[in-house]
Design a binder for this molecule. Structure first.
Ligand SMILES: *[C@@H]1O[C@H](CO)[C@@H](O)[C@H](O)[C@H]1NC(C)=O
Ligand SMILES: *[C@@H]1O[C@H](CO)[C@@H](O)[C@H](O)[C@H]1NC(C)=O
Ligand SMILES: *[C@@H]1O[C@H](CO)[C@@H](O)[C@H](O)[C@H]1NC(C)=O
Ligand SMILES: *[C@@H]1O[C@H](CO)[C@@H](O)[C@H](O)[C@H]1NC(C)=O
Length: 274
């Protein structure tokens, strides 16, 4: 009997929440290293929070002093920063929704990105004629379409699950796995993902097969990449948000191409700069 071989599987996961004890402190390290909070607040968090036992839901199984420091950090960052891409300007929802209602069209471009896209999408997919054209919502649901909703009743404890054993099983089955990070995201920053991938490689005894180095797209640095044991890759996408294609669609496409074709990212560019 011939065994069926499945060679077409790849795994990819972007700006993923993998393990809270690393991913949560990474957010405050990111704030601190990007000048978004003071030394004092960062030190207060470092001293009063024990991220080993951090839980997803508030009060996070942490002390009052820790929760106070975290609240102060979030307060200083404020609501005029897009945490999912800290270099983009923010969208003013009330203004854009009014424009959409009046003209069915609105854009607010910052660093080449339409930062109000979330609201435009919300408006668009709730238009009756769009739903009809897509043959969607034929049952006339009693609530609006939205990108994230509570309809699925996610469990309050799901956020505490350590995902690394799952990633390990994927790599043990010799399925190539890519973990990538848009490097402007402060919600699940590269700082946590990079460490967790390295620790996973260490746990599995995988050696570095591509040393941490730049990858290129159209003569510019697309990000940084490293590979372990020929199967596990960590890559950043330079200038990208939490949803990598949102702010860097072209670099995202190049990354996606490498992932699905099973090729390494280009580590040189032509012509050279010199
Ligand atoms: C909360 O933290 C304590 C230690 O401070 C730990 O023993 C306990 O298991 C934690 N609870 C949860 C639900 O993680
Ligand atoms: C479905 O359609 C109804 C109108 O028939 C609308 O009120 C509702 O917002 C829509 N829901 C979704 C999820 O699209
Ligand atoms: C979610 O919970 C609500 C209220 O408890 C219930 O009516 C609904 O059926 C649940 N939805 C799913 C998908 O389980
Ligand atoms: C680029 O990648 C190739 C193929 O993996 C490798 O042989 C070469 O040493 C790398 N070059 C640099 C500059 O890292």
């Amino acid at each position: 009997m011939q065994l069926m071989t499945c060679t077409n599987f790849v795994g990819m996961i972007g700006n993923p929440l993998l393990k809270l004890d690393r991913d949560v402190p990474a957010t405050y390290e990111y704030f601190w290293s990007h000048g978004m909070i003071s030394d004092e607040i960062f030190l207060a968090i470092s001293h009063s929070c024990d991220f080993e036992d951090y839980t997803f839901n508030s009060p996070h199984n942490e002390s009052k002093s820790c929760n106070d420091a975290i609240a102060e950090a979030n307060n200083i960052v404020g609501e005029y920063i897009n945490n999912y891409d800290v270099i983009l300007d923010v969208c003013y929802p009330s203004i854009v929704m009014q424009e959409l209602r009046l003209r069915k069209y609105a854009t607010k471009i910052s660093v080449g990105v339409d930062v109000c896209m979330t609201y435009e999408t919300f408006f668009y997919f709730n238009l009756p004629e769009v739903q009809q054209a897509l043959h969607a919502n034929r049952t006339h649901l009693k609530y609006h379409w939205s990108m994230c909703s509570d309809i699925l009743n996610y469990s309050n404890t799901d956020g505490n699950i350590n995902i690394l054993p799952t990633l390990q099983r994927i790599v043990e089955h010799k399925i190539p796995l890519w973990v990538f990070s848009g490097d402007q995201d402060s919600v699940v920053p590269l700082l946590g993902s990079r460490t967790l991938v390295r620790e996973l490689a260490h746990t599995m005894g995988l050696h570095v097969t591509v040393p941490y180095s730049t990858w290129f797209r159209k003569g510019q640095v697309g990000g940084w990449v490293t590979e372990y044991g020929n199967f596990l890759t960590f890559a950043t996408v330079r200038g990208a948000s939490h949803m990598v294609p949102f702010a860097q669609p072209d670099r995202a496409l190049r990354l996606f191409q490498s992932i699905v074709l099973g090729q390494r990212l280009p580590n040189t560019t032509n012509p050279p700069i010199g």
